[in-house]
Write a protein that binds this ligand. Structure first.
Ligand code: RB5
Length: 146
């Protein structure tokens, strides 16, 4: 699995935590996020990163900003992206099993680094269950094609 991580100035600490986790898990990744603490605009990071996942260059993405909300809104504008804003471990598992989410969005101002790390680990390790959930996802992608 190849993972693209990104984020703005408000998500740098949690993004570094996630990068450490990916290294520990032996997962190939690239960090395309802001590398300075000066204020940047989250769509400038979320949109190109989402496109690189939608194109197949990366399998999944982990996008982090202050709340995770801006990142998830922007990412979900890109066709083929199923971004889930997650701040608890139950949803981290459920969104992989049921939604086959290909982007995990988190907010550094919402949760601490330890919880963020656990959420990312569960999300990376959980498989999609398919079956009836595939049909539901198909309905979303048919709508995208209209
Ligand atoms: C930046 O201040 C903040 O607005 C951004 O990181 C994010 O939370 C937006 O949704």
């Amino acid at each position: 699995m190849k993972v693209l991580i990104t984020g703005d100035h408000a998500g740098m600490t949690l993004r570094n935590e996630v990068a450490n986790l990916l290294e520990e898990m032996g997962i190939e990744y690239e960090d395309a996020g802001a590398s300075c603490t000066t204020s940047v605009d989250y769509p400038d990071y979320a949109l190109p990163a989402a496109e690189r996942i939608a194109s197949g260059e990366f399998d999944r993405g982990i996008f982090i900003c202050g709340t995770g909300i801006g990142m998830s809104i922007a990412a979900n504008k890109v066709k083929g992206i199923r971004a889930a804003l997650v701040h608890d471990m139950f949803s981290a598992r459920a969104t992989r099993q049921h939604n086959n989410s290909n982007v995990l969005a988190m907010g550094e101002r919402v949760i601490g680094p330890s919880l963020g790390r656990e959420i990312a680990k569960i999300w990376l390790e959980t498989e999609f269950e398919g079956d009836r959930h595939s049909r539901r996802i198909e309905k979303i992608h048919s709508y995208e094609d209209k």
